[in-house]
Ligand binder design. Structure first.
Ligand code: ZN
Ligand code: ZN
Length: 242
């Protein structure tokens, strides 16, 4: 992003409605959308072949990706609005690490129709919690804020039913198995009474391997949840492609 674009973005964020400026390239827009017409065309919508289970992009049409194939999983069904690629990947990181929280409104707007289209019919939305220490350090939990935004749009209440009780190592470079190991015992259901026999939908920003959501969903199922869905802004495509 060049200097002029950065200045424009700053002015738009702090002085004007962020919608007047394309969230990807910084160009002024008058279309009441979040992106200019050129950038909308380039957005990596996850609308081609996806794994029927986790919703990650697969190379060819097939019921399940390599991660989900022949495995019993706690997530009943996952879907995502975008493939984790530019510019969405930058925007997600901006919301997560750079306090560009106005982006969450745009993300929730893209998630709402996917929620409705998939007939998820959740009793409650929930979010991936952070440890108190981590939340204090960042100042917010973007998964929680996103969850609240989506909740307002489709009128499903948020249930703050989980807590993260163990700090985990950064997962960026770990594979799925190592991620699962790293996350063991990290999450706890703190509201078992309200979780029992309920259909819950976890709202998150990115599904990388699905390990975090899987661990959380497994804790929810052990507490009696009937059904656990996952809806993410973006997901990383399945590597081996079947
Ligand atoms: Zn643009
Ligand atoms: Zn899958």
């Amino acid at each position: 992003m060049n200097f002029i674009t950065r200045v424009k973005r700053f002015i738009n964020e702090y002085l004007f409605n962020a919608k007047w400026c394309c969230n990807a390239c910084g160009k002024e827009i008058f279309n009441d959308k979040y992106f200019c017409d050129d950038c909308i065309k380039k957005l990596p919508f996850n609308d081609k072949s996806v794994c029927d289970h986790c919703g990650r992009k697969v190379a060819t049409a097939t019921p399940f990706c390599s991660t989900c194939k022949e495995r019993l999983l706690s997530i009943d069904k996952g879907r995502s609005a975008f493939v984790y690629d530019k510019p969405i990947s930058y925007l997600i990181q901006g919301a997560k690490y750079d306090k560009r929280l106005y982006l969450l409104e745009a993300f929730a707007d893209y998630l709402a129709p996917i929620y409705l289209k998939n007939y998820f019919n959740a009793d409650y939305f929930c979010f991936i919690p952070m440890t108190d220490k981590a939340k204090k350090k960042r100042g917010y939990n973007q998964s929680q804020l996103l969850c609240e935004k989506l909740s307002q749009k489709v009128n499903v209440p948020v249930l703050d039913c989980l807590e993260k009780v163990k700090e985990t190592n950064r997962q960026a470079k770990l594979g799925r198995q190592d991620r699962l190991k790293n996350l063991e015992g990290a999450f706890r259901v703190k509201d078992r009474k309200n979780v029992k026999d309920k259909t819950l939908l976890i709202v998150d920003d990115v599904t990388t391997t699905g390990a975090t959501a899987e661990i959380v969903a497994s804790a929810l199922k052990k507490s009696g949840a009937k059904c656990v869905y996952l809806l993410a802004v973006a997901s990383v495509p399945s590597k081996s492609g079947y």
